[in-house]
Design a binder for this molecule. Structure first.
Ligand SMILES: Nc1nc2c(ncn2[C@@H]2O[C@H](COP(=O)(O)OP(=O)(O)OP(=O)(O)O)[C@@H](O)[C@H]2O)c(=O)[nH]1
Ligand SMILES: [Mg+2]
Length: 480
């Protein structure tokens, strides 16, 4: 009997051999088994963490035949074995040996990863969807992994164009709905003349086509959670069109194909004709998009319908002239602003210190929407610190995945759960109250905080005061 492939000291499995003498069992370690020919039974513990596949494989490996083994009789070939049976048995044994080698290889690789990670500072980014986790990671990478950042920057072009086109389509969609309301004679519907109808007819099919083209190029899939219908008309609605996501593997492949110096400059057209096609389609209708975006009636209609465009919508729509030229190359700020929903766990290593002996940082970025949060837990006992992103501007917004829930409320509940998690009791927690620029815009637009957060009371509707109050909410949990 051989035990190759099972390494109890890795916690992957444990083998015990037991001899029952009277009512006192004697337990031996696997290694001492050969020295105890009186062993009567074998207990094999294959913990759940091994997973069904490796457990099956492990059992296959344990029960290999070994003629020197006193228990070989269990697995010994039959004395009347035919040549066919012998060939089949040898094939099975060879396969088992292959599996054993494979497990050994995996364990060696795991050991190497663990050793490499031992001296690292590990940080987990947490927060609800769209709270800014990936943006924070991008900021770290932009600053501390500059070479890779510059190498990848050009690959964000398709995502940026997609962000732009999706915002334009959201506006057109709202315009269509408002026109339908007008047709149904709803009291508060805006009245549009042919001028607007022509825009809609001209732009809608074109931009839908560009959106599909870019999504196909990126391997994007629609959000698996359909945004819910607006049930709270005073708050900013979740967006009406499903958000897209790109699995990191697909996205990395895309980065791979577009990375490197050959991407920038003249070979771009040859490498990525789809991006050029999309750019030209956008260039052809950019004046129409600009006119609509800057139109006072359209702006009033968006405000009335409480349409929530993406946070970077105005940045990209205002920059449409720059974005829609053939040789457009994304800037640092464009990449920071680009929105790409995170679906699986992304890991990035960087060095924040010039000193080569200083520990490296490993940052984990996770998806923040409700369906993604179950994937956070396995990382809790791995990391030294958690950075929690809590947008300070979201007091009047609702979750995309559940339009009944206010985003500030969700963020507070999440933060409280993180603070009280036993698994994180020895982890450094860092709270980032971000999106202050968006809060400033909302205050400038006259949005009253106490309308959405009654506990704000009669405090002045000013950015500084709101920041103070929100910090209080997050840091003094009993007042939440
Ligand atoms: N104006 C402004 N926009 C921000 C800020 N932080 C993040 N954003 C924008 O917010 C949007 C969402 O940010 P992400 O970093 O993708 O959010 P996330 O938390 O990673 O979201 P998920 O991956 O869905 O969990 C992006 O368009 C960012 O550019 C900020 O401080 N100010
Ligand atoms: Mg993200």
């Amino acid at each position: 009997m051989t035990f190759q492939g099972l390494k109890p000291h890795h916690g992957s499995s444990l083998i015990c051999l037991t001899r029952v003498l009277g009512d006192r069992p004697i337990v031996h370690k696997a290694g001492s088994y050969r020295k105890n020919p009186s062993v009567l039974s074998i207990i094999i513990v294959l913990p759940r963490s091994l997973g069904p596949y490796r457990r099956r494989m492990a059992l296959g490996v344990i029960f290999q035949h070994d003629t020197t083994d006193p228990l070989a009789v269990i697995t010994a070939p039959s004395p009347n074995e035919s040549p066919e049976e012998k060939a089949a048995r040898e094939e099975r044994e060879a396969e088992a040996r292959g599996i054993s080698d494979l497990i050994d290889e995996e364990l060696r690789a795991e050991r190497a990863v663990r050793k490499k990670e031992e001296g690292m500072v590990k940080i987990l980014l947490l927060g609800q969807g769209e709270s800014g986790k990936s943006t924070t990671l991008k900021n770290f990478r932009m600053r501390f992994a500059r070479d890779k950042w510059i190498e990848e920057r050009a690959s964000w072009r398709a995502v940026i164009l997609l962000n732009l086109v999706r915002s334009a389509n959201t506006i057109l969609h709202a315009l269509s709905q408002e026109m339908d309301d007008e047709q149904f004679g709803l009291d508060d519907a805006f009245t549009f003349d042919d001028y607007y109808r022509r825009y809609r007819l001209r732009l809608s099919p074109l931009l839908q086509g560009v959106e599909s083209n870019l999504k196909r190029l990126l391997g994007a899939q629609p959000e698996e959670i359909e945004p819910q219908k607006q049930t709270h008309p005073i708050t900013l609605s979740p967006r009406t069109s499903p958000e897209f996501f790109v699995r990191s593997r697909t996205w990395r492949n895309f980065l791979q194909t577009t990375r490197g110096p050959e991407f920038s400059g003249c070979s771009l057209e040859q490498d990525l004709p789809d991006i050029i096609d999309s750019t030209e389609a956008i260039a052809n209708c950019k004046d129409d998009i600009k006119t609509l975006w800057r139109d006072d009636i359209v702006q009033a209609m968006l405000a009335k319908r409480r349409i929530r465009l993406e946070d970077s919508a105005s940045f990209f729509l205002d920059a449409i002239d720059r974005l829609s030229v053939r040789d457009y190359e994304p800037t640092d700020e464009d990449v920071l602003r680009a929105r790409l929903r995170t679906l699986d766990i992304q890991e990035h290593e960087l060095r924040v210190d010039d000193d080569a002996d200083a520990p490296k940082w490993k940052i984990y970025d996770v998806g923040g929407s409700r369906t993604q949060r179950h994937a956070w837990l396995p990382y809790f006992d791995k990391v030294n610190a958690v950075i929690f992103l809590a947008p300070i501007s979201c007091f009047d917004e609702r979750l995309i995945e559940d339009s009944r829930v206010n985003r500030l409320e969700d963020s507070l509940i999440l933060w409280r759960a993180i603070c009280s998690s036993k698994l994180l009791s020895r982890t450094i927690l860092i709270l980032f109250l971000n999106k202050i620029d968006i809060l400033e815009e909302k205050i400038r637009d006259g949005i009253m905080v106490n309308r959405f957060l009654p506990s704000y009371g009669h405090r002045p509707n000013e950015t500084g005061e709101v920041v103070k109050c929100k910090s209080f909410l997050f840091l003094v949990p009993q007042h939440v």
